[in-house]
Design a protein. Structure first.
Length: 108
């Protein structure tokens, strides 16, 4: 069972952009209610698809460079990245099925 890893401005390139697996990146903050609501969904995705996709979280209060590079203006923002390129994204709290569809876009 794969866990959701924390990434930072310092290790984003190595952990996400250079990853052999597709990556789901959850941009979040402690104070963000919708971020807290999707946290169990993100954790479940890591548990269910961990052998096919890497799932990571980035706290936007502790890291400003990467969120600025990806124009993160609203959180939660979940990016699907494959081979270092953003394939799709979800902004805000959505049903679990929306996040599963996002994962399936990068593992297919």
């Amino acid at each position: 069972m794969a866990a959701v890893a924390d990434v930072t401005d310092q290790n984003f390139e190595a952990e996400v952009l250079q990853s052999k697996l597709p990556v789901i990146v959850d941009f979040w903050a402690e104070w963000c209610g919708p971020c807290q609501r999707i946290a169990p969904i993100v954790k479940d995705l890591a548990a269910r698809y961990g052998d096919q996709v890497k799932v990571v979280k980035m706290n936007v209060d502790e890291n400003q460079n990467i969120p600025a590079k990806y124009c993160v203006r609203s959180i939660p923002l979940v990016l699907a990245i494959k081979d270092g390129v953003v394939v799709d994204q979800i902004v805000g709290s959505r049903p679990k099925e929306a996040f599963e569809a996002l994962v399936k876009k990068v593992v297919a």
